[in-house]
Design a protein around this ligand. Sequence first.
Ligand SMILES: Nc1ncnc2c1ncn2[C@@H]1O[C@H](COP(=O)(O)OP(=O)(O)OP(=O)(O)O)[C@@H](O)[C@H]1O
Ligand SMILES: [Mg+2]
Length: 476
Amino acid sequence: MKATTTPSTSTPVAHNALPPPSATSTARSSRIAPHSHIKGLGLTAEGIAAPDGAGFIGQTNAREACGVVVDLIKSRKFSGRALLLVGAPGTGKTALALAVSHELGAKVPFCPMVGSEVYSTEVKKTEVLAEAFRRAIGLRIKETKEVYEGEVTELTPTESENPLSGYGKTVSHVIVGLKTVKGTKQLRLDPTIYEAILKEKIVVGDVIYVEANTGAVKRVGRSDAYASSYDLESETYVPLPKGDVHKRKELVQDVTLGDLDAANARPQGGQDIMSVMGSLMKSGRTEVTDKLRREVNKVVKGYVDQGVAEVVPGVVFIDEVHMLDIECFTYLNALLESAMAPTVILATNRGNALVRGTIDIVSPHGIPVDLLDRCLIVKTDGYKPEQIAKVVQLRANIEGLKLGPGVLERIAQEGERGSMRYALQLLSPASILAGLAGRSQIEVEDIAEMNELFLDAKTSASNIGADGGFDGGRMS
Ligand SMILES: Nc1ncnc2c1ncn2[C@@H]1O[C@H](COP(=O)(O)OP(=O)(O)OP(=O)(O)O)[C@@H](O)[C@H]1O
Ligand SMILES: [Mg+2]
């Protein structure tokens, strides 16, 4: 490590040494949005499920069973096994898996995927699985770094004429004043650090720290001297830092083994772990070999032995697991038994089905028996109309839709005839029909019109003639 006294440096700086939690988690958020009302399993301290809790309605048996699994995972007694959620479409399997991940804590990596994601022309099937497993193993790294920390009292960029173009000016350096309980200090920083300051949207009154040897800037929060009297606010307020502005500070950072693999697949300078992380942002798919994974494991093990890092096993969730084929299943068996395996949750809505990739092996849920053997199986049940009504009301609140009298009962009926998901899906188009009719509230007639316009799965199936075509049989 270089011992620079001032972070001012003209070499390119990795300001992103502290990336947001994970780029992939935001990219995947759209798949989770229909479940945004689910906040957890909603169990009491004794593990009993109330009829509804944490956004979950009914399904008490399944919720209690998942609660037991959460306890097993937390006491690290679930290794080598998997949780399998089975049940009819729309009975809340995906929702349960998300609830389990909520119960395990926000900092525990959660890596959701669908069975069919393994089929890619560029990457081997087993490779996709292996990568998902690596992404579900977190690493909490504690490092003591030399930093400048304090509340920003001054932020003055100094501009100078740009010698290369006649127009405009460029920032030649920036003066940042930092204040702590003990004293104040003025830093003269490089323009690249100014860019990082702009990116983090830092203004006077924020508490920040600047890493001395990488120049990475991190906003900790707003100084509580500026705290407002609002009850609800997105801002986090932090006290004025103690000690000197220039000091050694313990920084904690969460990454996954998958991140480290990817970063190291593109060899470039930097041996210390923070600079490895700095390269995370430049993404692009490159081959991660087994050899590289072993190397990363070795380095990680070293850090764990030194007490610098701590391994946080997370969760891999494979939805529609019957889409995997026999090769994937055998590989999954092996992965489950590997030394550093995350918790595995599988979900499927199939009954007896052919195992993909075989011609004659029919097995429950389309999963070979040797994998089924390793699973704890939890079944989700169907819903009563009043339970559907409750979920619909929850969703309507979240989506900001108003329901007129009798609408809830009507949608619940539809849900009973079709499925929970069909009932929920009626909401948004019905609100469009209501809007077209100039109303702000969904009325029973909107639902009736929906039924004229659209078919639920069962009605559609019954419209299909005996020959498998549509009425009239013009096709033949
Ligand atoms: N018990 C419940 N409480 C609250 N919301 C629920 C409940 N069960 C299901 N939902 C909601 O209903 C919708 C459908 O459920 P989900 O997607 O979990 O079904 P699934 O069992 O995964 O279906 P599939 O087999 O088709 O994947 C989701 O929006 C989910 O959040
Ligand atoms: Mg699902």
